[in-house]
Design a protein around this ligand. Structure first.
Ligand code: DGY
Length: 348
């Protein structure tokens, strides 16, 4: 699909994206926009090489694509200077390779913070109250009437929520769980967690002033401390070498037998094979996953586990957010190729 065929700058988008604002932005700024209409979900490096062709100023790509040396050297040869990943995570991008070829890399933080945190909160609640199992039970025609033991789950109020990775999304999730459900909080981050600390301090003062029952919070000294003490644990780190299999067999074993683990970050943060074993051995342990180690696949056995909720990487999937991500992705490419001040280019 081609927009503004006579535009001066050739910009390729490897996928169609929600909304029209991103398209308008590009065509109003003299770009010829080519949107790939290939039906297969995940494009290979060869598919993308063909899209880049001989002349390409910038590409908007997706987290399912492998942006490394091959693609960045081809983009450079085609005269390109910008690659924009339509995602906040950029573990699919070799930034060193891009830098080596003089290509600026953009991502789309901010617009997906609340949407992603809302999904993590929804998954936490769904796991706590066994919503998916109960829905299947109902649709399966198994409901014969109210029973005292039917789908008894956990009350979140007064339990402890553990957050690993207290950046934008982790902090927003913590805020939702503490403020919304009066959970106590324990969190761990390698870096400062100013956003979260400001919230908990202000919220503590509010509870005190309004005479409400206080909640407790603590910055943990180690990740293990969170795993051992929390009832619901949500993972929000970036994926890199240091966070690969952060939750492994040993760390799963440290968690409470009835804990809930939520992952809306990246699949490889959890050792999924170890997780399946853990779920089998601990039927009261529950997990809710938005991301998987080898997307789009799940490790054998995971889909059979009643104590697992699985959804297809939809944490940022609200209309407002996806349109915002598309707009930011377009602005990132434009900022670089047209040298707008929004791009923090040291050579500008
Ligand atoms: C991201 O942005 O990194 C999410 O995984 C998809 O929105």
């Amino acid at each position: 699909e081609v927009w503004n065929p006579n535009g001066k700058y050739r910009v390729v988008s490897t996928k169609s994206m929600p909304g029209t604002r991103w398209i308008n932005l590009l065509i109003q700024q003299d770009c010829r926009l080519e949107i790939c209409t290939e039906k297969k979900t995940i494009l290979s490096v060869d598919d993308i090489l063909a899209l880049i062709g001989d002349k390409c100023d910038g590409v908007i790509g997706q987290l399912t694509e492998d942006w490394g040396e091959t693609l960045f050297s081809a983009l450079k040869k085609a005269g390109g200077t910008a690659f924009s990943n339509m995602a906040v995570g950029y573990n699919n991008v070799d930034v060193d390779a891009a830098t080596k070829h003089g290509i600026a890399v953009g991502n789309t933080p901010g617009v997906l913070t609340e949407t992603t945190a809302e999904l993590a909160a929804s998954l936490s609640l769904s796991a706590a109250r066994r919503i998916v199992e109960a829905d299947e039970f109902m649709r399966g025609g198994l409901y014969e009437g109210w029973l005292p033991h039917l789908f008894v789950g956990n009350l979140l109020k007064g339990q402890t929520v553990g957050v690993i990775g207290a950046g934008r999304i982790g902090s927003a999730y913590a805020r939702m769980m503490v403020e919304g459900f009066k959970m106590n909080l324990i969190y761990y981050d390698l870096y400062q967690a100013t956003r979260l600390e400001k919230f908990v301090t202000a919220y503590g003062q509010f509870l005190k002033a309004s005479g409400e029952q206080p909640v407790t919070w603590k910055r943990a000294q180690s990740m293990e401390e969170v795993l051992q003490n929390a009832d619901v644990i949500s993972l929000h780190p970036i994926l890199d070498k240091t966070t690969y299999h952060l939750v492994n067999k040993e760390r799963l074993a440290m968690m409470k037998k009835e804990a809930i683990l939520v992952n809306c970050s990246r699949g490889p943060v959890v050792d999924e094979v170890a997780l399946v074993e853990h779920l089998k051995e601990n039927p009261m342990f529950r997990v809710a996953l938005d991301v998987f180690e080898d997307e789009p696949y799940m490790k054998p056995g995971l889909a059979d586990m009643k104590n697992a909720i699985v959804v297809p990487h939809i944490a940022s999937a609200s209309k407002w957010t996806r349109e915002g991500m598309a707009t930011l992705a377009a602005l990132n490419v434009l900022g670089k190729i047209k040298r707008y001040p929004i791009w923090s280019d040291p050579n500008r």
